[in-house]
Design a protein around this ligand. Structure first.
Ligand SMILES: *[C@@H]1O[C@H](CO)[C@@H](O)[C@H](O)[C@H]1NC(C)=O
Ligand SMILES: *[C@@H]1O[C@H](CO)[C@@H](O)[C@H](O)[C@H]1NC(C)=O
Ligand SMILES: *[C@@H]1O[C@H](CO)[C@@H](O)[C@H](O)[C@H]1NC(C)=O
Length: 250
């Protein structure tokens, strides 16, 4: 990675990034927002490095003014941006591993595969009668530009059926899709169609999570208030259950 941690001349203090190393005397630069992308960070590093290297005579001269600083910074950003963009690989979700999970909703209902309709239903299974219960094979990913969310792909154990979210009409809906070649899921381009197989797993408690579509922000995998209804997508605030107990099996 071109900008690994030790190369970054910054300290993070409560969300405040302060650049202080070897700045010309009397000159301080403070960024009050967290840079949001690697490119922002890169641009800032490039700008700071240039200031430190003193490539501009203006920076060191005594009649250095704010507009000089601004022009040095802007110059660096405009100039370096294209180079950085060309060098960096397109963002992608990289596969990191997989594990089989037991999944149930907040009403303790299990997921059952209804073969002929290719739907998952949320069903309250009686004790000892859980042979129809499906286990999900959860593949984990990391997005190269990094964030706190955990992208996962969810396949039904021992099948090639994967949960996907795409629009049917004007509304994102949940589907089961057969994936013949699992290599198409590893990696997944950040802007590719295959993103429909990714969900952000957000932990809301111990073993309790929501699963938000990576393609449609704020659309979640959810179950109906009624039993034996299909698992589908909904937005926050809908009268459906959006949290799932997800427990890794050994
Ligand atoms: C188990 O579930 C199936 C389908 O729901 C049902 O037909 C069967 O009677 C149940 N068996 C027991 C022992 O509860
Ligand atoms: C789980 O998913 C991975 C990656 O798609 C696959 O290689 C593996 O065979 C699957 N395992 C099961 C038990 O379905
Ligand atoms: C969470 O899941 C693990 C197994 O993956 C289990 O050992 C543990 O008891 C669970 N904790 C709760 C609070 O359900």
């Amino acid at each position: 990675h071109p900008f690994s941690e030790p190369a970054c001349p910054h300290r993070v203090a409560g969300g405040l990034v302060i650049w202080s190393k070897k700045m010309p005397q009397g000159l301080g630069l403070e960024i009050s927002h967290q840079p949001h992308s690697m490119r922002h960070v890169a641009n800032l590093i490039i700008a700071i490095e240039r200031l430190k290297a003193g490539t501009s005579e203006d920076v060191l001269s005594t009649d250095f003014r704010d507009e000089n600083l601004l022009s040095v910074v802007l110059e660096s950003i405009v100039e370096e941006k294209n180079i950085f963009e060309r060098r960096s690989a397109p963002p992608q979700f990289s596969y990191t591993g997989q594990g089989v999970c037991s999944v149930s909703d907040s009403k303790k209902r299990s997921l059952v595969l209804v073969e002929n309709s290719m739907e998952l239903h949320a069903v309250l299974l009686q004790g000892g009668n859980d042979s129809r219960k499906v286990f999900l094979n959860m593949s984990t990913y990391v997005l190269t530009s990094s964030s706190d969310a955990k992208p996962v792909a969810l396949g039904i154990k021992d099948t090639n059926l994967y949960l996907s979210c795409h629009k049917k009409g004007d509304k994102p809906t949940l589907h089961l899709e057969a994936v013949e070649d699992k290599r198409t899921l590893s990696p997944i381009g950040a802007e590719s169609e295959m993103k429909r197989f990714l969900f952000y797993k957000q932990d809301t408690g111990l073993n309790v999570s929501t699963l938000m579509s990576a393609s449609f922000p704020n659309w979640y995998i959810s179950t109906s208030t009624q039993d034996n209804e299909p698992v589908d997508m909904c937005q926050e605030g809908a009268a459906r259950y959006r949290t799932f107990t997800i427990q890794r099996q050994i």
